[in-house]
Design a binder for this molecule. Structure first.
Ligand SMILES: Cc1cc2nc3c(=O)[nH]c(=O)nc-3n(C[C@H](O)[C@H](O)[C@H](O)COP(=O)(O)OP(=O)(O)OC[C@H]3O[C@@H](n4cnc5c(N)ncnc54)[C@H](O)[C@@H]3O)c2cc1C
Length: 287
């Protein structure tokens, strides 16, 4: 099937883009990597009348560092994250996670901003943002606001982004030498969307863990933190017994949707398997 007719606009500056978005509102959709939006248009599951191609706006494809954080432009492609030595050094969780997204052809075009704006509950990047305590930078014609990842994802494909806003960047606190992290997911085939996945980030002082965030994806209508399980890890050293209790707690607090292909109980079980596996890996690294 072919997409319905649409107008194509190509703003050359951010100011031009947000001014025009403000005028067109709901009729317009931003086109970033196009890996999801063009498929939705072609299947007529989306029917935007105006596509706003932001790929020509300077500055949105850069990764730069500030003293305490990395600023990743929304148009940075997954392949750009994979290749970046800054990301590898200061946000290694992303380097680990990004290879799980789809296949190289999709990673060459898909953008971090597109993934976050879409808010797919089974996507890797939103959960990483939650684990890393990232902030989203959103711009409209009146200026910029910053929204913590904890408040950004509202539900199934729903975020706090308004139709007149562009997600311009994400700000990620730089990994300190004390940062510990781990990532894994279970999918039917390599490159498929995850049935369940987990991104972990926190601090290790000696063998004691602090501020560990367990961000699950694929198990709810948005990425979710397993907060009771997280609380059990605070100040603790990992032991087999603690990992087992955390696994039980995580299973208890996950409330996945039930669907015929993947029953809720199976996703909950995967949530337990993942947390036990990843905490086991962290324990090995911290020994
Ligand atoms: C075969 C295949 C397999 C895939 N597998 C995975 C997978 O395993 N994991 C995964 O996470 N994803 C997967 N994807 C989706 C892929 O990651 C998309 O690239 C991503 O979801 C959207 O990014 P995009 O840059 O292509 O955005 P687009 O398709 O251009 O846009 C997606 C949506 O976000 C909005 N948007 C985009 N950028 C902005 C912005 N800066 N500000 C505001 N709104 C914006 C658009 O208006 C649109 O509504 C897969 C896609 C394909 C085709």
């Amino acid at each position: 099937m072919k997409a319905p007719d649409f107008a194509y606009l190509r703003p050359n500056t951010l100011e031009e883009a947000v001014a025009a978005l403000g005028r067109f509102g709901d009729d317009a959709r931003i086109l970033a990597g196009g890996q999801t939006l063009m498929a939705l248009q072609n299947f007529r599951m989306a029917s935007a009348e105006i596509l706003f191609d932001i790929n020509w706006i300077p500055g949105l494809s850069d990764i730069h560092e500030e003293p305490d954080c990395l600023v990743i432009g929304s148009l940075v492609r997954y392949a750009g994250l994979e290749a970046s030595s800054l990301i590898e050094r200061d946000a290694p969780l992303l380097s680990e996670a990004v290879g799980h997204i789809a296949h190289p052809a999709v990673r060459n075009r898909g953008t971090i901003g597109g993934s976050l704006a879409l808010g797919d509950p089974a996507a890797e990047m939103p959960a990483c943002m939650l684990a890393l305590n990232a902030e989203m930078v959103l711009c409209d014609a009146n200026g910029e606001r910053r929204v913590p990842a904890d408040e950004f994802f509202l539900g199934l494909y729903e975020t706090t982004l308004r139709p007149d806003e562009i997600l311009t960047a994400v700000r990620i606190p730089k990994a300190r030498p004390s940062q510990c992290y781990a990532f894994d997911e279970v999918a039917r085939r390599r490159g498929d969307f995850a049935l369940a996945g987990l991104a972990i980030a926190g601090k290790a002082e000696g063998s004691a863990l602090h501020s560990v965030r367990l961000a699950y994806f694929g198990v709810a209508d948005r990425p979710v933190l397993a907060v009771s399980a997280m609380a059990m890890l605070e100040g603790q050293s990992l032991t087999a017994e603690l990992i087992d209790r955390v696994r039980e707690a995580a299973i208890g607090e996950l409330d996945p949707p039930d669907d015929p292909a993947t029953p809720a109980a199976y996703r909950r079980h995967l949530g337990g398997v993942l947390v036990a596996r990843l905490l086991g890996q962290l324990r090995e690294r911290l020994l």
